[in-house]
Design a protein around this ligand. Sequence first.
Ligand code: CA
Length: 390
Amino acid sequence: MKITRITSHVLQYDMPEPLGYSQQYYDKRTAHLVEVETDEGVTGWGECFGPGAIALANKGIVEGVIAPMVVGMDPLDRDVIWHKVYNLMRDHGQKGMPMQSLSGVDIALWDIAGKAAAMPLHKLIGGAHRADVPAYGYGMMLRPEHSTDDLVALFKDEAAAIRDMGFVATKMKTGLGPRDDVRLCEAVREGVGPEFKFMVDANHCYTTSDAFYVGRALEELGAYWFEEPVAPEDHDGYRELRAGLSVNISGGEAEFGRWGWRAILENRGLDIAQPEVCALGGVSEYLRVLALCHAHFTPVINHVWGSAIAVATNLQLLAAMPPMPGGLHPWEPMLEFDTTDNKFRDNLLAEPLDIQGQVKANGGRVAIPQGHGIGVEPDRDFLRHYAVAA
Ligand code: CA
């Protein structure tokens, strides 16, 4: 089999309302899908992490840099392809957009391998440790032109609504500044009630001392984890926070490749690792990073963002994740699920995953797709409708 063409599909639409996290507000939803075609009619799909202009620039890397290196190669030689591309791009980007671009191509190659072997990705990796996974629903995003008082009321109601949708836990954003952020966290605890699990995502907006201030409030509120409290480069800050707080410190979505992950794991600053398969280097590199995390006895809950391609890929990986450390009632990963408006997740597929319907009907759990490869196929008319010109 030979790779004949690699195409980036960048999709976009205007959001019904602008949403935000600690770094910015955004009013467009973007997805970047990668299609790898072969001379035997087997086509693979992948996805690259990165919104807006990042997606358009990554399309340039996928089609202009990576495709010329690998067209004509056997798509089943995915590890050879990974290292050829990485080694040729190394001098120009060991992290960031080149790795996001390689990720989409690598995921598509694993999709092709599954289709060629007539088995789902989780079977190709080594089998399903679980037939379904519990899902947590994230929401409680920042909104522009809302006062803190408005957001407090809104977050409280939204947290209760996500709990009532059937998710097993929920996650909120912070980013107004430490004092107002603690008010938002209190509102979410009030909204979900005293027992329900909730997590807090700062998207690296705090100094270490501000993170300690918010983190101590989270200890009082019984939050489950405190995500990306400080900048991903701030390894000392992570280590000090983990040593000084009892709330779980999570992060890793902005880390790339086995070498970057080795550094943050050896630093001992993470209670929970959140690798992003569509950014860190695809399925090939995710499996190496997962092994590194487990070698450090650090549990993994995948970071999930993007379209139904990313969601399906992550469901496959969550199925294939070995229990660590194992037991009669083992610690379990969760599927991260964004509850805000996303047509690329809900309407992209010819046969939708209907995550929300499954969560409602099955006690917060989502089944692993059983089709070959990543187990889903995008609808071509949908792709054409939402495609943006590069
Ligand atoms: Ca996050």
